[in-house]
Ligand binder design. Structure first.
Ligand code: SAM
Length: 371
């Protein structure tokens, strides 16, 4: 299948107009977040070491939490994490919701026109889809109401992610890092982006691999419409579909590769076995289920306290139980014949490492499960 269109011409870009004040306010929020994730974490680590006494990493988590609760730097970090994200979305004049709302009619008209011109297979929306209760109203990342309710939620999410991915990177850089970890001795004819959201990963893949047939699934119609819009702007045909990952309508053995980004910590552990079974079913024998996810760094109580704090600082409802989920065991029980779970070194090395300490605000593992 030819993924790159020469005719008809590319769809015009859907652009949220950003005022001078909007740009400068969000640049300030970005800079403040860089400070919070960088020098502030370094200062916190020094204070923590002074208060806890070395070796800091050997402390148990509860003791570390008690120590950190008393540090001014941790209090400031917590305030900054909660509020920078809140200001970003919610500030009544310069927040993302307000800026997008002010341009609502134009943005919706363009999104709808592009969606209406989509060949049926490229944008399969299902208004009757029952969104699982665990996802329906949870305001992940402080995105009020979640990403499935307002027709412009996709575009709000796309703008919001600019300042939440690792601080120094282009928002799609993390996808390149993930794709670079995949074995090069396999062929990836049909691929599925598991929870595609705004479609950034899938579009990145399609551009790198024009020969692949690219599919993306998500619960959120607004996100899928935006992903479709972005693909058409680049002259790409990708296949987007509104489905629950637990109940996919693809035939058994459909995909050579299923990839995922920022997904496991957003899913309740009670659903993980069913979700993995469904991914396994639609993978071809020898196919890969591969992605990255935040995790606790073994034996590093300081990092563990910071990583867990993101749950309540940023409404990550399922992330703490996710850290306790034995994904490797569940994968083996599901039938995956090779289960590789390891630190995502390339990504962990690339994020800011403030000061001399081997610390940062986030830590990732890499997952490669082969059917
Ligand atoms: C944190 S976002 C990640 C989006 C994207 N992978 C990225 O790289 O930014 C999680 C996405 O998973 C979707 N999602 C969550 N549970 C789902 C489910 N059961 N079925 C389909 N999509 C789901 C959400 O709608 C959301 O777009």
């Amino acid at each position: 299948m030819n993924a790159v269109l020469s005719e008809p011409p590319r769809t015009p870009t859907l652009e949220v107009q950003e005022s001078r004040d909007f740009k400068s306010y969000h640049a300030f929020l970005r800079a403040a977040r860089n400070y919070m994730e960088g020098p502030l974490v370094a200062a916190m680590y020094s204070q923590y070491e002074a208060a806890a006494g070395p070796p800091a990493a050997a402390r148990d988590r509860q003791t570390a939490e008690n120590t950190m609760d008393g540090l001014l730097t941790f209090q400031l970090y917590s305030w900054a994490f909660r509020n920078l994200q809140r200001f970003k979305y919610h500030r009544p004049d310069l927040g993302i919701f307000a800026a997008v709302q002010a341009q609502r009619d134009r943005l919706l008209t363009q999104l709808d026109e592009t969606a209406a011109s989509a060949p049926a297979a490229e944008l399969r929306l299902n208004p009757a889809l029952e969104v699982p209760a665990y996802f329906q109203y949870v305001p992940f990342h402080q995105h009020t109401g979640g990403v499935t309710h307002d027709e412009l939620d996709g575009i709000c999410y796309e703008i919001g992610r600019r300042t939440t991915v690792p601080s120094h990177m282009d928002p799609n850089g993390i996808y390149h890092l993930l794709f670079n970890t995949l074995p090069t001795n396999k062929t990836y004819h049909r691929v599925l982006d598991w929870g595609t959201g705004h479609g950034g990963a899938l579009i990145t893949w399609q551009r790198l691999h024009p020969e692949s047939e690219c599919h993306g699934v998500d619960l959120s119609a607004p996100c899928l419409k935006l992903a479709h819009q972005r693909a058409r702007e680049q002259g790409l045909h990708i296949y987007l579909s509104q489905q629950d990952l637990e109940h996919l309508d693809y035939a058994d053995n459909s995909f050579d590769l299923i990839f995922f980004n920022f997904m496991l910590h957003e899913l309740p552990p009670a659903n993980t076995p069913a979700l993995l079974r469904e991914a396994y079913r639609v993978l071809k024998p020898g196919g890969l289920f591969a992605g990255h996810e935040f995790n606790l760094r073994p034996g590093d109580a300081f990092q563990n306290v910071l990583q867990r704090s993101h749950a309540w600082l940023n409404n990550e409802t399922y992330s703490v139980p996710w850290y306790e989920t034995p994904l490797g065991e569940i994968a083996r029980e599901t039938g995956f014949k090779q289960v590789r779970i390891e630190p995502f070194e390339r990504l962990n090395r690339s994020v800011l490492r403030p000061g001399k300490a081997d610390v940062n605000a986030n830590y990732w593992d890499l997952y490669q499960l082969e059917k």
